[in-house]
Ligand binder design. Sequence first.
Ligand SMILES: NC(=O)c1ccc[n+]([C@@H]2O[C@H](COP(=O)([O-])OP(=O)(O)OC[C@H]3O[C@@H](n4cnc5c(N)ncnc54)[C@H](OP(=O)(O)O)[C@@H]3O)[C@@H](O)[C@H]2O)c1
Length: 309
Amino acid sequence: MRYIEFGQNATKVSELVLGAMRIAPMTPAEIADLIEAALDAGVNAVDTAPIYGPSEGLLGEAFALRPGLRDRVWLQTKLGIRPHPRVKANYFDFSYEHIIESVDNSLKALKTDHVDSLLLHRPDALMVPEDIARAFQELHDAGKVIDFGVSNQNPAQMKRLAKWLPFPIQANQMQLSCAFTPMIDASFNVNMENDASVMRDGGVLEYAYDNGMAVQAWSVMQKGYFGGVFLGDPEYAELNETLELIASEHGVTPSAVAINWVLRYPGKMQAIVGTTKATRVAESAAACDWEMTREEWYEIYFSAGHQLP
Ligand SMILES: NC(=O)c1ccc[n+]([C@@H]2O[C@H](COP(=O)([O-])OP(=O)(O)OC[C@H]3O[C@@H](n4cnc5c(N)ncnc54)[C@H](OP(=O)(O)O)[C@@H]3O)[C@@H](O)[C@H]2O)c1
């Protein structure tokens, strides 16, 4: 396992993070087993959010079942996505009041006195940076949150926050996989007239690198937006063939190759794996034991159906 230095204390956090968005069908004991299996594989980081249904509460019960387990993991949660009281949709809320209330609820559910990292989940158009700054300062002073970050934000939004926040933005959690590459496509197709040249993210990968920020890739196995797993999908036959070939050459699984592809981007890259299976966590951990060549990285990019100028 490889580790990045995360946040103000340069904490050693694994490049692989266990995502807890899909743990609802599991029992607390099964979740505790999964976290222990992850720790055995060197994965010391867990990501959750209040909007992931019972995820935080189940994690809290798992921690309560196994004394000491909470302290062995680096724990991250998020805030700001709320069910609308009248419309059947979620809306986004980065108000001072919601930030404070949400963190208190998260700590209670997680049965812990602090989280190691807190992310603003999806940008709230009505956010007032000074209000966020005041809430973050209070949470930090109270020992409830160590480091802060964002998710799904572009550099313009991060620059504005950075101007006001009392702490550096340590991470941005973004969707990225070898089958979902808009951030990378745009960086190849500068000043071209094709669709791939449309920059949808404003250069997050470049901004994160230049600012020493971790990029946490979410849905590293998914096609589209929650479109299902691309592994074994006939629609992605060529990609799967390439992943299998490179996997056999390195003695790892195709999913480890897919994760390695994400981690190969320069800088502080992390991959959040959303599996509920201990065996898959262990297989995924193999992604961090080798470095993909440039040729392999580009071969995977081509086989996912992309072209270069
Ligand atoms: N910031 C954001 O906006 C955002 C959005 C979405 C997610 N996230 C975070 O990212 C984490 C990961 O997201 P995700 O769950 O979509 O990621 P994912 O790892 O791409 O997908 C996990 C799903 O893929 C299945 N899977 C994994 N490996 C497989 C394989 N080799 N063959 C077949 N199926 C396989 C898993 O099933 P099994 O359980 O059976 O293995 C699970 O259902 C979440 O838990 C959450 O923490 C953040």
